[in-house]
Design a protein around this ligand. Sequence first.
Ligand code: WQD
Length: 380
Amino acid sequence: MSNKSLARPHEETTILVTGGAGFIGSHTVVELLENGYNVVVVDDLSNSHAEALERVRAITNTAEGAARDRLVFHEENILDREAMQRIFAAHPIDAIIHFAGFKAVGESVQKPLEYYWNNIAGTLVLCEVAREHGCKNIVFSSSATVYGEPEFIPITEDCPKHEATNPYGQTKSMLERILSDLYIGDDEWNVVLLRYFNPIGAHASGTIGEDPEGIPNNLLPYVAQVAVGKLAEVGVFGDDYPTPDGTGVRDYIHVVDLARGHVAALDWMGGKRGSGEPRGLGSMAGRPAEDGTRRGVGIFNLGTGKGSSVLEVIRAFEAACGHPIPYAVKPRRAGDIAENYAACDKAREELGWQAEYDLARMCEDAWRWQSSNPNGYKGA
Ligand code: WQD
């Protein structure tokens, strides 16, 4: 069966967002609705809350009259083939943005079977059902983790991939391979792999944001919970790295910028953005199709291109919340690298996308979310 064409106005296009109730998913749904798309969310709520989508409806309702009516939610797991069949039969899905997956690095070491099964098999079911319904357009939520210990910085998309040190990272890397092979086997497929750096921040309304279960693993939600008084102090994992202040440096990107990168990727797939010869992966990279859309495998880093240290993040958050944040230096965390940040030229040149918000703004928005929702969605 031939592929659905994305060479149509957003208003006539339906996007399936798996994991759409999650942190990055919910922010992406806002941007899709504000850009006129019809959106179908599939989420099993295993690590998210339906309330997030209610708030997405509230945000987009004020932004544009009927936007909320263009969002449909199905509480299902992507591994459930019959459910996915029903969803594809019920909606004219043109493209998929695939976020659904387990994502805790440490937990993945303890539960490899669960991670491989959920992330890999789930994606296989999703793609198989999509193909049966003539939908071969997919944007995949990948990660800078695929670069492992990077060979050079700033990291370009050509930087060689390295073995991930945990099953979570392995699933991202393997799924990149699997989705690329779909195109090699059938050149109707249109695949975009978005490699995220460190998404933080929240929607400017402060009504949706990151809501991790239990003690946060990642720096920003941890800092935010210390700032709001739920946790006592931030542990700074190592101050003897070869970086300016000795603490780890990462490329933090505002989740709203990241979400907008997905809208740009869909336009790129639809031939509405970018011109000339795409770079990377030779003939695989987004060749023009007869209907003006692209076919191939587009790979893009989504970051800001700017690295910030752990101490810089703590200081920026202090400025946002208006009081000091206690911290203590701890030993290095196993598996951490000293420094990483993205080269973002490819996304800028081909997708016409670049991050707008700086670290101060990321912290201000994260603080607005955290301070007005100290218990996340559970307090709602
Ligand atoms: C950032 C910096 C820590 C917590 C991870 C995954 C990646 C992606 C995003 C997501 C590092 C330091 C952290 C703390 C600290 N996956 N830190 N105290 O490790 O860059 O990326 O999350 O789904 O695949 O590896 O992000 O936020 O955990 O750490 O000092 O309590 O903050 O050492 O330098 P990371 P992070």
